[in-house]
Design a protein around this ligand. Structure first.
Ligand code: HEC
Length: 358
């Protein structure tokens, strides 16, 4: 029937267009399906308009039909409401209460960046120490340790809670989980790329006073996608525990983009790169390469080789670290190199290469 063809044809074109456009705009999948559903509804309306007239019903039959239709649609809506998750004000209220609880506990002070950064450093050292001890003692003693600190939550658990409360997951994924498509960078390896201080500075930075952006996210950075509101909203306790929690995300298998510093902060980064091959010259993929500056208290970094056996490890070295010895290890092979660079040169990438044959 040609006059029913038109609504179907137009509906199909609209469906395709809405799918492609919503995909290009990075709408979550569920939204894309919802748009399709709306197009289908609209097509249905036009189909009904174009459909041939039905023979007139007798009044009795018409009323029964109407009531049956009403009962059916009401049933569908009620069942949908019962099955689908609904907005629950109690959940939101609890989130707000949790935020306020910590805020009331420690009265508000303006951010003192210096002090804040120092505290974050202390916390991170403490947290690392604690993690080490917990790992040694096995999981069962963890609650005891947390209790001995006099809090119900360890700093890291608290940081995780802060991450949830401020809904960072709306844009960031951890190990591919949470977050919509490509709004913000993956966080699963952030602990290998940044220091707690740098994480805090990033959260406190604004479009007018930028600090760094994640590689590959220059456009998003220029648009100011990462909200600036945390600067006003977060307390020092929240910032430092959040940073301590993010520092525990150190899985080199997750691809977190490295920071591109916008000021004269090339000084913070030193890249060691190279290839891992076997004796016959074949690339060794998925191999963990660890790198650590040979001085006390320095952070170890690890990287994983790709299918070409290539790795790239990002180390935090400052100007004062010029000439520092960096120890690398792959399986049980160890190598060393010296970080040579010109501290007054703020443009050239600081890097060195070293290959391994296993
Ligand atoms: C509305 C989306 C959005 C939300 C919400 C958001 N971010 Fe971001 N974030 C981004 C985008 C986009 C980037 C990349 C551009 C840039 O670096 O400015 C980014 C970058 C980052 C980076 C740098 C990552 C790297 O690889 O160098 C960190 C760290 C970060 N965000 C932490 C957070 C934390 C912590 C929260 C929650 C308190 C949060 N973000 C909430 C969008 C968001």
């Amino acid at each position: 029937m040609p006059r029913l063809m038109w609504p179907v044809a137009i509906g199909l074109v609209c469906a395709g267009a809405s799918w492609v456009v919503s995909g290009m705009l990075h709408f979550p999948l569920i939204f894309q399906w919802m748009f399709l559903f709306y197009v289908a509804l609209g097509t249905g309306v036009f189909l009904l308009l174009a459909a041939p007239e039905l023979p007139l019903l007798r009044p009795g039959k018409a009323i029964v039909g109407l009531v049956a239709f009403y009962l059916f649609t009401s049933g569908v809506f009620l069942a949908g409401g019962a099955i689908l998750p609904q907005f629950d004000p109690a959940v939101e209220q609890e989130k707000i209460n949790k935020i306020l609880k910590h805020r009331r506990a420690q009265f508000e002070r303006p951010h003192n960046t210096e002090e804040l950064l120092k505290r974050a450093q202390d916390l991170s050292v403490k947290a690392n120490d604690l993690m080490g001890r917990v790992a040694k003692l096995q999981g069962s003693t963890a609650p005891v340790l947390a209790a001995s600190l006099g809090t119900t939550l360890s700093p890291i658990e608290r940081g995780k809670e802060v991450y949830q409360l401020y809904e960072c997951y709306n844009c960031h994924k951890i190990g591919g989980k949470g977050g919509t498509k490509k709004r913000g960078p993956e966080m699963g390896n952030i602990g290998n790329l940044l220091t707690p201080q740098q994480i805090i500075k990033k959260i406190l930075s604004t479009k007018a006073d930028p600090y760094f952006y994640a590689e590959g996210f220059e456009k998003e950075h220029k648009k100011g996608l990462m909200p600036e509101k945390y600067r006003e909203l977060m307390t020092e306790e929240e910032l430092s525990t959040l940073a301590a929690y993010l520092m525990t995300l150190k899985n080199p298998a997750h691809v977190t983009p490295k920071p591109i510093f916008l000021k004269d902060e090339v000084q913070h980064g030193f890249i060691v790169y190279g290839y891992v091959r076997d004796e016959s010259g074949q690339p060794v993929p998925n191999m963990k390469v660890s790198a650590r500056p040979a001085k006390d208290g320095s952070h170890a970094t690890s990287a994983i080789t790709n299918k070409d056996g290539y790795y790239e490890a990002f180390l935090h070295l400052h100007n004062a670290d010029v000439g520092a010895v960096i120890r690398l290890s792959v399986r049980n092979q160890k190598k060393e190199l010296r970080a040579d660079f010109d501290p007054s040169d703020k443009k050239t990438k600081r890097q060195a290469t070293i290959d391994f044959i296993l």
